[in-house]
Design a protein around this ligand. Structure first.
Ligand code: ATP
Length: 237
């Protein structure tokens, strides 16, 4: 049984079907990429999985349980966390306090302390800047904090929306390395939404390409990298 199983999911904004009857799954311990152009429905898919937008049809199963009608807090409790597009940090709060907002539903102080140490170990720059206001950090550093905040919920499935957006190339490589480490060292399942298709396909085990709300390709990351349509549409080949 896959950890996450999305079945026949449709999400509409009024009359616009942003996601149309999509099916995909994430096996435990895997990195799964969702790639596609602007407006293809990638963010909408993640928002629907975490419970920020309601599905108009379909189901979302986490470990076999249908979570698609639960509230967002219950889904975090079920093991899903989202690092949203644009980071959405509290700029006038410290880095450390931003991280702690991610541990909202965690009652054990020892667990919170341990998660905080793990985030600092993963991102030493976040440790250095922990007392600074989040708004004073560079884009790349803020992205590290946003990923760290999602990790503070102790998820089993981590969803990352555009972690490379607007970030210097050198820092993008650093963040990609961190994503691979989180997957490898914590055996965490990851859904990675990226417009940087080359990066996403390189580090993912499996990938789906989304266009106009529909899945038009799926396969191993390496297979999609070699796919002529994918190369033309997303890789500028
Ligand atoms: P991007 O990378 O630009 O965010 P995306 O693949 O994540 O692209 P979505 O953000 O999911 O795409 O958007 C899918 C479609 O739904 C687009 O046509 C978008 O304009 C529309 N849409 C997204 N959010 C809303 C909203 N809150 N209300 C109405 N339409 C929306």
């Amino acid at each position: 049984m896959p950890m996450l199983d999305v079945r026949n999911l449709t999400v509409s904004y009024g009359r616009l079907e942003a996601v149309r009857n999509i099916n995909f799954s994430v096996e435990a311990g895997r990195i799964v990429a969702l790639v596609g152009s602007n407006g293809a429905g990638k963010s909408t898919t993640l928002k629907s999985i975490i419970g920020l937008v309601p599905p108009s049809a379909g189901q979302i199963f986490m470990d076999g349980t249908d979570i698609s009608r639960m509230g967002a807090a219950a889904r975090v409790h079920a093991g899903v966390a989202l690092s949203p597009e644009g980071r959405r940090l509290f700029g006038r709060m410290s880095v450390r306090d931003n991280l702690l907002t991610g541990a909202h539903g965690v009652s054990s102080r020892a667990t919170v302390r341990r998660s905080l140490d793990e985030v600092y170990a993963l991102f030493p720059r976040v440790l250095e800047r922990r007392a600074q206001l989040a708004g004073s950090l560079s884009g790349g550093e803020q992205q590290m904090v946003a990923i760290g905040r999602a990790l503070m919920a102790n998820p089993r499935l981590l969803m990352l929306d555009e972690p490379s957006l607007g970030i210097a190339p050198k820092v993008v490589a650093e963040i990609a390395g961190a994503i691979e480490r989180i997957n490898r060292e914590k055996n965490m399942s990851i859904v990675l939404v990226e417009q940087n298709a080359r990066l996403a396909l390189r580090i993912s085990h499996h990938a789906y390409a989304l266009e106009h709300g529909e899945i038009i390709r799926s396969g191993k990351g390496a297979e999609l990298l070699a796919d002529p349509f994918v190369q033309k549409a997303y890789l500028g080949v």
